[in-house]
Design a protein around this ligand. Sequence first.
Ligand code: NDP
Length: 273
Amino acid sequence: RLRVCVCVFVFIALTGTRATCSAGSLRGARVLVTGASTGIGEQLAYCYARLGAQVVITARRENVLQQVSVLALGAQKALYVTGDMATTSDPSRVVKFAVDELGGLDYLVLNHIGRYSFSPWSGDVHHVRGLMEVNFLSYVQLASAALPSLEKSKGSIVVVSSLLGKVSTPFTAPYTATKFAVNGFFCTLQHELAMRSSDVSLTISILGLVDTESAMEKVRVVPYPAGEAALHVVRAGSLRQKESFYPWYTHLVCLVRDWCPFFRDVIIRNSYY
Ligand code: NDP
């Protein structure tokens, strides 16, 4: 019986992560990607560009954004705007720039994160507050500034989230808190959009460990490639999926996480020694 259960869940996890992408559906689409100077955001910019979208990318470092926009070959348009998501005025300014330059918006891809360390909780409340501002509150501001344009275009919000917003592990308390907040807020918004029959779709992509520079500074386990993760996020958004999981094991973990909390926590804690 256990074997049957495991097979069923592996099947659900695998089919839940698989999606096919119609490049045609993204040709000419007007896309704003945040945190696009490095890592998954940079790969997202290249994916949308390859699929013929019009892309605005944003982050803080202008010189890096400039390089990414030059490399975003294939894009009908590739523009950048600098913005610091720790400040309260920048999220709406960035959305306004994208809407003005692109003549509207079809996709808002929320991806950026502030820096955090992989270490035990030190009691630094100031850091948590700052990270909440960047990783969570700016997502809320960006979404609310973009919603009127997305309603007009029947567009999509795509939220890049983490398995750490579903399951807690040691040494990432501030980051984990922000990702739980992101999942909680945007899952609630999904209900509300559905209840008022909005045409805006909202996709939450749950990612496991991916080989970006910032993640590899923190842990030394086998990661999955950022390019593949980005393609997964682009596909999930274009298919208007409610929730998507990459790689496959993240779905399995979410399905079984509350089955045996005692053993789950023993496994999690022992994997750090
Ligand atoms: P990176 O650290 O590689 O990139 C973060 C991006 O955010 C950079 O472009 C950075 O650019 C930008 N950024 C940082 N601070 C600010 C700020 N204050 N204002 C505006 N932009 C800012 O992150 P990853 O690519 O690793 O992660 C991307 C997403 O994927 C995140 O949402 C993360 O939670 C999720 N994820 C990643 C995993 C992984 O293993 N990598 C696993 C699970 C989820 P700049 O410094 O120029 O501002």
